[in-house]
Design a protein around this ligand. Structure first.
Ligand code: ATP
Ligand code: PAU
Ligand code: K
Length: 243
């Protein structure tokens, strides 16, 4: 079996593949005693380990340590690339791009050759545009939804509120409303902007991934929910490298 790991800044997601089929998958947190609940019983069946990570080097070290105790197979980390299979990275300094963005774009490129946007709403939110020729037009990096609420809480002394996942965007009449409606209002503006950009650039599909994808879809982002997009791209990349 092949183990694939997408290690973000908050959570890690994994799946186990046997002959192209997913036999098990899960999510966890590196700092917990068992970051891969559900995986341990398959440990002796693992024949390869591929990792896509944007976590710090310190966290990556701990992840690799954990994996080396789990399995005798060495884990291989995959990074952003300048080009693959007709998909071309807009970054000249492509090594600086988060591996998750590259793998999500490649996962999308395999199934959506007619041009697309990838919206990854994780710890941070990223938006990337790829045209029908596979040219990455560039993208955006924004604070994630939880990150925005957390920064309001910790960096502004008099903003006290309970986070609520509201859809309301009307002007708020209390601190809680102003903050919660504010986040919905800001997301609404981002969603409208993505709509404008995709029609301007002639991109057909919007693929949405990351822990806050359902929230953005609830807020009106009309896209295809692909929770596994980073893992899908990683599987393809690692498979091509092995063959
Ligand atoms: N069970 C969960 N645990 C933690 N966060 C969750 C969970 N379900 C949804 N979320 C939301 O998902 C977001 C984190 O998304 P995700 O799991 O994609 O993070 P990540 O992969 O670590 O992020 P990144 O790749 O940006 O580092 C948080 O902002 C949170 O609101
Ligand atoms: C932007 C995040 C945090 C999104 O997970 C990640 O892709 C990352 O750490 N990127 C490095 C900077 C860049 O992509 O240009
Ligand atoms: K992610």
């Amino acid at each position: 079996m092949k183990l694939y790991v997408d290690a973000g800044n908050t959570r890690l997601k994994w799946c186990l593949d046997q002959a192209g089929e997913t036999v098990a998958s899960g999510a966890g947190v590196l700092d917990e005693e068992n970051p891969f609940p559900g995986l341990t019983r398959y440990a002796s069946d693992i024949r390869s380990i591929a990792v896509s990570t944007v976590a710090s080097e310190e966290k990556r070290g701990r992840l690799l340590d954990y994996l080396s105790r789990l399995s005798a197979v060495a884990a291989c980390c995959y990074w952003a690339e300048p080009e693959r299979g007709g998909l071309r990275n807009a970054y000249s300094d492509y090594k600086r791009m988060g591996a998750d963005r590259w793998h999500a774009m490649y996962g999308a490129w395999l199934d959506h050759k007619q041009g697309f946007a990838v919206v990854d709403a994780g710890s941070a939110v990223t938006v990337d545009y790829v045209d029908p020729h596979g040219r990455h037009l560039g993208g955006y990096i924004l604070p994630g939804l939880q990150m925005m609420l957390r920064s309001l809480k910790t960096d502004a002394a008099r903003i006290g509120f309970d986070p609520e996942q509201v859809l309301a965007t009307a002007p708020g009449k209390s601190t809680g409303e102003c903050v919660n409606h504010g986040l919905a209002w800001l997301s609404d503006a981002m969603i409208a902007r993505i709509g404008r950009d995709t029609s301007e650039f002639g991109l057909t599909d919007v693929l949405v991934t990351g822990g806050d994808a359902p929230r953005l879809i609830d807020l009106g982002l009309s896209g295809i929910h692909r929770p596994d997009l980073v893992l899908a791209g990683l599987r393809a990349v690692a498979g091509e490298e092995a063959s």
